[in-house]
Design a binder for this molecule. Structure first.
Ligand SMILES: NC(=O)C1=CN([C@@H]2O[C@H](COP(=O)(O)OP(=O)(O)OC[C@H]3O[C@@H](n4cnc5c(N)ncnc54)[C@H](OP(=O)(O)O)[C@@H]3O)[C@@H](O)[C@H]2O)[C@@H](O)CC1
Ligand SMILES: Nc1ncnc2c1ncn2[C@@H]1O[C@H](COP(=O)(O)OP(=O)(O)O)[C@@H](O)[C@H]1O
Ligand SMILES: [K+]
Length: 524
């Protein structure tokens, strides 16, 4: 699991170490210099390279100034552009005495022009304007400098390496928002622990490769603010059948998905669930989707009976009053029994009405547009663009309002429960943006919840965060299946690697069919 802690938590965890005289900044600076040297080596060599430090007024700038002293010792020509009148005092003194060339660009009257001129001569830029002490988007002139450097960089034939210190300056450190200029980094060297903005969209796409440098911070008693599950976490969570198991103990999923108009959603959700592995899928719906499901998946049972979880709403239009009334009944029944339920597509509109409050564990699976509609219906006027600009904030808000867990779909999927850590999963490929892919995800998620259904229904409060973890696991497996089907390798959010395979187009059916292949590499 990759864990990210809020700025306030990092400060609290640093405090005892700083009080004990731990040289945290010296250690951070050495690590930073090592990574800058690594980027330079990859681009031809360290000694003789030119490095530009973009220095702001806090300890973030201090990290870079001390790193500059190490880089001078390694044969680099190091320039520091001070975009502040109050650079870190001892860091600045150390940098000057080591031979870093210091430029007080604010005094020139043309901070942008002076910094650009230095940048054009440099092989690496170190972004140390702000870290966890930033308040709001970058102020002037730092904002204009960053805008100019961002434009300049993409216009160059040989792009300089950009290394961000702790975070790319200007991102929302705790919520992953990007409300002003930010210089996209190739690498972010983050101190002590990852920060939420390095995992959460849209800021995560600006961080490049994230290196966490361990400062031995006392983080054990501080819960993370955001996490990303890895394959190993999913393997630990995965329900493995044992010799005592039979189909009813492995989990039975009820699917109330698909409609006469959109029968495919029923078959795709069934495919996702069956390939995830569970005891049984029971399907209930009108004639056309029932026939399709029977034909495509003869293992699905189409008579009513006991279930341990439900998937409701994929392929159901909210104006299909009769079907919506059925979904409302299933939801009420699941809530009364405390069974987990997935609310997808049409079923999300059940929660537009605050009479349909959730009492059992529920995972809602909106995309940005559906989340905006839900929030607006519940009195929080929100557009799709608002959600895209601040996915974590809006997912959390919807979780608080509805009491459910929100799995917000997108290129990075964000999961938020009313409390506990957020999850950010960037496991898929843009090839997954294809009709029906969400139906397959609903099936995967429903199957996993079915395996935990009895435990969740009997829960006395110890499993509060489990639906969110299961939702993140489902997103990971679904994303990996898409990658496997498309033939693409893992990527960080952000600039695609031009050397990586481009992959091939996939259908939602391909994603379901690739689930066993993805699981073979995950389950150990
Ligand atoms: N403590 C340690 O020993 C360790 C600390 N570490 C490092 O310290 C960093 C935290 O340092 P920090 O707390 O000094 O804050 P920091 O991120 O440099 O920002 C404050 C400066 O930015 C300025 N500023 C603020 N907002 C701004 C804006 N919107 N636009 C422009 N400027 C803005 C603000 O100016 P002011 O508002 O005060 O005028 C002030 O000058 C952390 O991220 C890590 O890198 C690690 O190495 C571990 C050891
Ligand atoms: N650009 C993208 N990159 C990776 N995954 C994406 C991207 N866009 C969408 N997805 C994923 O594709 C799926 C689309 O689901 P959804 O929008 O519900 O489609 P549908 O309703 O047609 O099934 C979700 O799992 C979502 O996270
Ligand atoms: K920074």
């Amino acid at each position: 699991m990759i864990r990210a802690h809020s700025a306030a938590t990092v400060r609290a965890a640093e405090e005892p170490l700083l009080a004990a005289g731990e040289p945290l900044m010296a250690r951070a600076a050495f690590a930073l210099a090592t990574h800058v040297a690594g980027e330079l080596r990859a681009r031809g060599g360290v000694s003789g390279s030119v490095v530009l430090l973009l220095v702001g007024g806090g300890n973030n700038g201090g990290d870079a100034l001390y790193a500059g002293t190490h880089l001078v010792r390694r044969g680099c020509q190091v320039h520091a552009a001070l975009l502040t009148e109050r650079a870190h005092e001892s860091g600045l003194a150390a940098a000057r005495s080591a031979g870093v060339r210091v430029h007080e660009v604010l005094g020139s009257g043309d901070a942008v022009g002076e910094t650009l001129a230095l940048a054009r001569r440099s092989d690496a830029w170190v972004d140390a304007l702000t870290g966890i002490g930033a308040r709001g988007p970058l102020r002037e002139p730092a904002g204009s400098v960053v805008d100019a450097l961002t434009a300049e960089r993409s216009a160059w034939p040989a792009e300089p390496a950009v290394v961000a210190v702790d975070v790319p300056s200007g991102i929302g450190v705790d919520d992953g928002t990007v409300e002003g200029p930010v210089l996209p980094a190739d690498r972010t060297v983050t101190m002590g622990t990852a920060k939420p903005g390095l995992l959460l969209p849209p800021a995560a796409a600006l961080a490049g490769h994230v290196e966490v440098f361990d400062l031995d911070l006392a983080l054990a008693e501080h819960p993370p603010a955001a996490c990303s599950l890895t394959g190993a976490d999913v393997s630990d969570l995965w329900p493995l059948p044992g010799p005592e198991d039979h189909k009813y103990t492995r989990g039975v999923l009820g699917l109330a998905t698909g409609s006469q108009t959109y029968p495919g959603a029923a078959a795709l959700a069934a495919a996702g669930a069956l390939r995830t592995g569970l005891g049984m899928v029971r399907y209930t719906g009108p004639e056309v989707p029932t026939d399709l499901v029977r034909h495509r998946h003869p293992e699905v049972v189409t008579v009513p009976g006991r279930v341990q979880s439900w998937v409701l709403g994929s392929g159901v239009a909210p104006d299909d009053a009769a079907r919506m009334a059925e979904l409302a009944e299933y939801l009420a029944d699941a809530s009364a029994r405390g069974l987990p339920v997935v609310l997808d597509a049409g079923a999300l509109t059940l929660l537009h009405d605050d009479d349909n409050d959730l009492t059992g564990p529920a995972v809602l699976t909106p995309h940005a547009g559906e989340l905006a509609e839900l929030l607006t219906a519940r009195g929080e006027q929100t557009g799709r663009d608002d959600v895209t600009a601040a996915p974590a904030r809006h997912a959390r808000l919807a979780a608080e309002i509805t009491g459910g867990t929100i799995l917000l779909k997108g290129s990075t999927t964000v999961v938020a429960a009313p409390e506990g850590p957020l999850y950010a999963q960037h496991d898929a490929t843009p090839w997954l943006a294809t009709a029906g892919a969400g139906d397959v995800l609903a099936g995967v998620l429903g199957a996993l919840l079915a395996a935990y259904g009895d435990a969740l229904a009997a829960d006395d409060g110890t499993l509060t965060g489990l639906p969110a973890t299961i939702a993140a696991a489902a997103a990971l497996v679904h994303g990996r299946a898409a990658r496997s089907a498309a033939g693409v390798s893992p990527t960080r959010p952000g600039r695609p690697d031009p050397a990586a395979p481009r992959g091939v187009p996939i259908t939602a059916t391909d994603v379901a069919d690739a689930l066993p292949r993805a699981l073979r590499t995950i389950l150990r």
